[in-house]
Design a protein around this ligand. Structure first.
Ligand code: R5P
Length: 287
């Protein structure tokens, strides 16, 4: 067996290789002057099961993943498992308006080409796993995030909207604290409205948890509301830190005390590793 690391997920690939004691294949990934990518697997993987690890964000990493799968197939790999720590395009999981694609479905089909199985971490909605024509599974980084947050003396965990309440509840159970949700309405792709709600957080430390932080508007508006209520420390946490545009600046300006994300997308805020949940799932017998 070999682990094949895509450029977007090299540190997770190394962690998996070390912890599973499976060699990390030697690969080349280079950009041509026009931006197209060239990949090559240097080890002889013929007859071996391979696990290709690659986050599908930003878009260029999708192409690299497709090429790594094709290189594995051409090299005679016995089977291909894809680990996509962050699976992009999952938020377009249905047609919200006429004329739209179901982007998550197309991406699922592409990622499934030549593969036997796919594993991802905290997909935006679990039902997107049904879009894959192959064995598709997910695992969650919530226990790892909660264990990190527990050290911060958090008194309450908040979901930024009711749809994310289960995540906040699971986190709060591990921390052993209260949980609640905020009233969020999405205005457009980069703007949300958080309605005032009495949460009794005065003087308390609060962690807000979400699957994704993109523009940071959801978190920034939540922070501003919590500040109005006299909340003491505010930690914002997520599995997938996209941090688009001025997200970090906006979170800091809103009064965030700490930003915490996992390493599904590498940034200076990747304080929590997702390798434990990936390994646990890969080792599950029923797989
Ligand atoms: C949406 O349903 C997701 O769970 C996140 O709340 C959303 O993607 C966050 O986006 P932003 O950071 O741009 O507000």
């Amino acid at each position: 067996m070999y682990i094949i690391g895509g450029s977007a997920s090299l540190s997770i690939s190394k962690d998996l290789s070390n912890q599973l004691q499976v060699p990390l294949a030697e690969t080349i990934a280079e950009r041509f002057p026009d931006g197209e990518i060239y990949v090559r697997i240097l080890d002889d993987i013929s007859g071996d099961d391979v696990i290709i690890v690659q986050t599908t964000y930003p878009d260029k990493n999708i192409i690299e993943l497709l090429l790594l799968k094709e290189a594995s197939r051409e090299s005679g790999a016995k089977s291909i498992t894809v680990v996509a720590p962050y699976f992009g395009y999952a938020r377009q999981d249905k047609k919200f308006q006429n004329g739209e694609p179901i982007s998550a479905k197309l991406m699922a089909q592409l990622v499934s080409i030549s593969a036997k199985k796919i594993l991802t971490v905290d997909p935006h909605k679990e039902h997107i796993l049904n879009f894959f024509p192959i064995n598709a599974q997910s695992c969650t980084a919530i226990p790892e995030l909660a264990t990190f947050l527990k050290k911060k003396n958090v008194d309450m965990v908040l979901a930024p909207d009711k749809g994310a309440l289960a995540r906040a509840k699971q986190t709060s159970r591990i921390i052993d604290c209260d949980f609640d949700f905020m009233e969020k309405t999405r205005i457009d792709g980069s703007t949300v409205e958080i309605k005032p709600k009495n949460l009794e957080t005065k003087g308390n430390n609060v962690a807000i948890i979400d699957d994704i932080i993109s523009t940071g508007d959801t978190m920034a508006k939540s922070i501003l509301e919590l500040k109005k209520q006299g909340t003491n420390k505010i930690f914002v946490s997520c599995t997938h830190g996209l941090f688009a545009g001025d997200a970090i600046k906006n979170l800091k300006n809103a009064g965030c005390d700490e930003i915490i994300s996992t390493d599904t997308i590498i940034s200076e805020f990747s304080k929590v590793k997702v390798t434990p949940c990936i390994i646990k799932k890969l080792k599950t017998k029923s797989n």
